[in-house]
Write a protein that binds this ligand. Sequence first.
Ligand code: FMN
Length: 439
Amino acid sequence: MTKMHLMWFCAFSPHAGFGLDGWSGSRTGSGYDWTKPELWQDMAVALERAKFDLIMLGDSLAVPGTYQDRMDAYLRYAEHAPFHDPSPLVAIMAAATHRIGLAATLSTTFYPPFLLARLMTTLDHLSRGRIAWNVVTSYKREEALNFGYQELLDHDQRYDRADEYMELCYQLWASWQPDAVVMDPRTDTFADPAKVRTIDFAGTYYWSRGPLNATPSPQGRPVIIQAGTSERGQDFAARHAEAIIVGRETVDDMKQFYDAFKARVRKHGRKPEDCKIFFLAKPIIGDTDDAAQQRADALYANAPVEAGLAALSTLLQIDLSTYALDQPLPASIQARAIQGIRSQLDRFYLSGRSPTLREIATRKVSLDSMPFIGTPQRVADSLARTIEAVGGDGFAVRQGLWPGYVGPFVEKVVPLLQQHGVARAEYTGTTLREHLREF
Ligand SMILES: Cc1cc2nc3c(=O)[nH]c(=O)nc-3n(C[C@H](O)[C@H](O)[C@H](O)COP(=O)(O)O)c2cc1C
């Protein structure tokens, strides 16, 4: 029986499925104040009770304006905006929990490496070794504009720069030997100067003297997560990542990706189990299969086409308002060197499919991941069967962090998975890296 790792993937953002909880539920009195700490702390506690490996917070640094060349749709529907800063949220969730891992997304393009290395070390101390960094290179032009640049670097060049960024961070994290802090009052010694060194890093993009001005944290360095799955993105992940997040819609596609990616990890001189693959899953649960299906149908029916088009436009960095809604995207676009999330577009046209733009925009939910819709028993069986067929490693449940999503999953589905021995019933380690390496 193959055991599954579990991640909850969300963001410090009000976005939620239309017709389902989240901020839009406020009209019916079931909405939540996403800006307040209690909601997030309560959800972190609930997910820890269910023995999740970690909670992952995505992020972005701009209000997009790709669709119709303006911000209106993004603001109206809370598509890709707003995002509050995930790092302080991680700290307050850490304060409310003891074992669950916590990941914040930070961009190599905009965050200075020294500050990032120090922030991660600080958070790893505060959480007692439960921190991960989701490494993104950023893909929105508006993010560049917010930081004084006219354009982002080219897609692959962003990854080249990120490779060097990682090397610099690794050196900063290693600039203090693990036993450098002595704290010996008899000799009046806080740290042994012989065990802390400058790094004098001089690369193509970055220079840094070092050392880090922070002491070694419980994990030494954060767990590295990555989510880009273009060829270049996969190479980056195979070299650096300890967990990746991937969207695939069928068991065959998942299995194919799993085998190919693990081979790539091996090619980089690492063991396949050194990088865990989390497949995106959006479970929709009901008391009966029909009730769950109705809930899923309502989700698609209520999703405004414009919101989907706006989201997709920023993901691809192409204004889709100028294309015919009831046609597949023209081959010229499919072939174009996309600056946004290349893997996102590839996926729509996998396996010879040719969905229309409207289908992609309104059913984007099902294009993200395998549908897991039904009673808790059906969803649990389906998750277990899928991971068995694929060979591992786990699922990234992608929903808002609202009680309306978290509650039913952790109270009804996870106990079934635990009874079957396919999900963790107790933590055996204390750090996030230990959770990921447990099986
Ligand atoms: C499931 C998933 C989640 C992502 N989350 C974020 C995010 O929170 N912030 C961000 O800036 N980019 C995010 N990205 C973008 C990736 O980090 C990467 O920059 C992008 O996918 C381009 O790389 P690729 O072409 O290799 O996929 C995400 C991508 C995927 C597939």
